[in-house]
Design a protein around this ligand. Sequence first.
Ligand SMILES: Nc1ncnc2c1ncn2[C@@H]1O[C@H](COP(=O)(O)OP(=O)(O)O)[C@@H](O)[C@H]1O
Ligand SMILES: [Mg+2]
Length: 234
Amino acid sequence: MSIITFENVQYKHILRGITGGFTEGKITTLVGPSGAGKSTCLKQMNGLISPDGGRVYYRGEDLEQLDLVELRKKIGMAFQSAPMLPGTVGDNLSLPKTIFHETLATDEANRLLGLVDLHVDLNQPVKELSGGERSRLAIARTLVNRPDVLLLDEITSSLDFRMVKEIEQLIQRLQRELQVTVIWITHDLDQARRVSEDVWFLKDGQLLEQGNVSLLEPDGARSDIQAFLKGELS
Ligand SMILES: Nc1ncnc2c1ncn2[C@@H]1O[C@H](COP(=O)(O)OP(=O)(O)O)[C@@H](O)[C@H]1O
Ligand SMILES: [Mg+2]
């Protein structure tokens, strides 16, 4: 069953009638050339932007009808640059609480650091963290409100390969342990094959294919996907 569903979603000239769904409890990757509309799709899913036409549903309810504060607690989001505030690990981890004028208990903060295998002190300045540690902190931060869905936008693109593999394993473990639905934008097709069961292939604001990740096998793919696989579309 789909936890998030798009019904003919249009947005400016960027999304041109997207219809599809994301299966609850799975990892789905969003792939396609740069400028295809992947990030714009992701922003529709937690109400950062709204469709000009069509609808987005969360568990069968139109996002336009939902309380955005409650929705954003159900849907955690992380970006490539893992933007951090100046201050401590604790300050950064608490952010999804403090923006709602709530507090994050110290026990809970430490539990979250443990969950992502980040062994640093809550009082440590965030500027002392390595790139990999920041990524883990950014992931822990998406989990603060115990979301049902994680939206990840190119979260490993600035990491070296060893770290990329570690973050992939972490996300896969979290998906299993927390039974969270993961929707993950990546430009790395090998990463899509490694981590996801399902894939959405976007190009020019259209969803050209959705389904099992085997769609990315060179023999099975349709010609425009094959061109992308061969690097003819970047
Ligand atoms: N707020 C915006 N207003 C106008 N154009 C935008 C906006 N955001 C993104 N775009 C354009 O929309 C297209 C799709 O962007 P994006 O969703 O970021 O693609 P992707 O993540 O697949 O690279 C790009 O051509 C981008 O320049
Ligand atoms: Mg993008």
